[in-house]
Design a protein around this ligand. Sequence first.
Ligand code: SF4
Ligand code: SF4
Length: 170
Amino acid sequence: MGSVKDYFSGLGSGLVSLIKGMQVTGKEFLTPKVTERYPENRSTMQIPKRFRAILTLKYDAEGRHKCIACGMCQRNCPNGTITIEGKMVDTPDGKKKKKLVDYRYDLGSCTFCQLCVTSCPTGAIEFSNDFEQAVFTRELLVKKLNYLPDVPDPVPAAPVATEPKPESKN
Ligand code: SF4
Ligand code: SF4
């Protein structure tokens, strides 16, 4: 007799469990979807601006960047992700300055800590939110950030000759 009671008790608790499960399923069925259908939704998807996908060198409209090849970002990177090469050049006004030759960044070893960006004295680098960076070999993750050809520095304007001041009459 006891076994029949156990049978119906088990059946009842099974039904309760089934109803609870169906309640959860029904609730999720009506909840707005959060799963993205990537890549079908590529044209409409929103990536937050602050998302750190890849380090980039900022270029202005004329194709110039602000990197002075000081190496601060390279020294502050905890992973050896950045390699800077620079050289000394003569400026049009006869001075010397360091110029960037090569900026290498290994996306594969970057931990996106942003220490490089915050330590840059000229604000030359930033993170882009372009997350589509998949490649087939690890070597392709090493990027040259100064990919545009160098734009010559503007020639400083010649000093304007000033008229001598007339002597004051006392
Ligand atoms: S974000 Fe961090 S790990 Fe990546 S390059 Fe900059 S300092 Fe290095
Ligand atoms: S990106 Fe900034 S910190 Fe790095 S070498 Fe250029 S100027 Fe220096």
